[in-house]
Design a protein around this ligand. Structure first.
Ligand SMILES: [Zn+2]
Length: 446
């Protein structure tokens, strides 16, 4: 046994929601090899013991919708509606990003994830090669996709379109890297930023190659309504006609789905990534999580990018998801603390296609684990650990984050990320490149 967590309150999130007070979890070769109320047998001598007294040990959180490199745009354009925010502020600045900027911004984002107890992310962005490099170096798990738009379909060919070429190259280079720690998915950015030429070609590629899909779906009312006006179908129905959901899909937002949409997406096995804080900040609306679950959809949680959140603290999403569902239905039982925590763990793992690998503390699963410090004033007393995790805990209460048995964050330190070098790279290279463009760059800036 490599590591033994001792005397922790173990919240397994397994099918029976087992909890062990003063429990023990052993880690061997990156996997969970022991879970129990009593210490493991003497023969299993651990190389290292981590004392979990006063701590909660739980599965690492899974952020199912984000754009990690957007850390560089954090706080740059706040308090606008989605269309103005994207078109007038975000897209023009993103045009200045290069691989070097993206790698630095991604490493900053990963450090933030690890610090807040996130062990796996589903990301969609440009410069996927640089993102994959950052993920590879850091040790976090990730399902990555190259967000693809198509504004001018004239002469579009999948094989010749740069974003599609980058997807194919990323699949070859990075898919299943480090025994599946990185997975490459396809991405259609959204119905409103593309057209059927892309949907058909991408769906065909995904079906033929067995590639998962990540998409923004029915985020705003205007996006939803203009699709209905233009095509006579909702975005979900329209994309389904083009076979986009024939492969396992994570659909971010799903704020404006109709009942028919929810039933259709449930039938297709689409997971909804609920991003309550981003939706609130951009005033996009409140997704009906309870209805999605009732209609059979898997619902997981995401932060969205830091430019619309403005952090990667998934504990905030857990609380917001529960609170918003209660308000939406005027029913305090609508989404319980347990349900909200499941969205951030087991349901997230399911959405990523990693449910046999993580999301629970169970023997044989990857040791993707976090320790939460329950000795802090706002976490005492603790009558119900699940309630405390959902409603009182914050990302900053995480004191250790482990992925596959390796400690990636502990006590303010990141063993795999040189954070001061990342900050220097951002300050000296990336920020000037994006925010003080020179020469011909200037014309395309906002
Ligand atoms: Zn997004």
């Amino acid at each position: 046994m490599d590591t033994l967590f001792s005397n922790a309150t173990v919240v397994t999130m397994d099918e029976s929601m087992h909890q062990y007070t003063g429990g023990f979890v052993g880690v061997t070769d990156g996997k969970i090899s022991y879970v129990g109320k009593n210490p493991p047998p003497e023969t299993e001598k651990p190389k290292e013991i981590i004392d979990g007294t006063g701590m909660v040990l739980m599965p690492g959180l899974i952020n199912c919708h984000t754009h990690l490199p957007m850390t560089i745009l954090r706080g740059y354009a706040d308090d606008y509606d989605l269309q103005t925010w994207l078109t007038d502020y975000i897209f023009p600045k993103e045009a200045h990003l290069d691989d070097r900027c993206v790698k630095a911004a991604t490493l900053l984002g990963i450090a933030e994830c690890l610090q807040f107890g996130v062990t796996s992310v589903t990301d969609m962005y440009d410069h996927i090669d640089a993102i994959a490099e950052a993920v590879a170096e850091s040790g976090i798990k990730a399902n990555l996709s190259r967000g693809t738009t198509l504004f001018d379909p004239e002469g579009f060919e999948f094989d010749k379109y740069p974003a599609c070429q980058e997807l194919v190259a990323a699949r070859e280079k990075w898919h299943n890297y480090d025994n599946g720690r990185i997975r490459i998915e396809a991405s259609i950015h959204g119905e409103y930023t593309s057209s059927h030429e892309l949907w058909d070609a991408m769906a065909e590629y995904c079906i033929n190659e067995g590639v998962r899909m990540h998409i923004h779906l029915s985020e705003t009312e205007s996006e939803h309504n203009s699709c209905v006006e233009k095509y006579g179908l909702t975005p979900a129905q329209l994309l389904d006609c083009h076979h986009v959901f024939d492969v396992p899909t994570t659909a971010a937002h799903c704020v404006w789905l109709t009942e028919e949409d929810r039933k259709l997406l449930a039938k297709r096995g689409v997971s909804a990534a609920h991003n309550p804080i981003s939706n609130l900040k951009l005033a996009s609306g409140v997704a009906d999580v309870m209805a999605m679950v009732k209609d059979g959809m898997n619902v997981c949680l995401g932060t969205d990018g830091t430019a619309s959140n403005n952090n990667l603290d998934l504990f905030e999403e857990i609380k917001a998801a529960a609170l918003l569902a209660k308000e939406k239905h005027r029913d305090p039982t609508a989404v319980s603390a347990t349900a909200a925590l499941m969205m951030a763990t087991v349901c997230g793992a399911r959405a990523q296609g990693r449910d046999t690998e993580c999301g629970m503390i169970k023997e044989g699963m990857d040791a993707d684990l976090i320790l939460v410090d329950f000795t802090r004033p706002h976490l005492m007393p603790c009558h119900n650990v699940i309630s405390s995790l959902a409603y009182s805990a914050r990302g900053g209460d995480v004191c250790l984050t482990m992925v596959r048995g390796k400690v990636l964050y502990a006590g303010g330190k990141f063993p795999t990320i040189n954070l001061s070098a990342v900050v220097k790279e951002l300050a000296e290279y990336a920020m000037p490149k994006v925010f003080q463009p020179t020469g011909s760059d200037e014309s395309s800036a906002s």
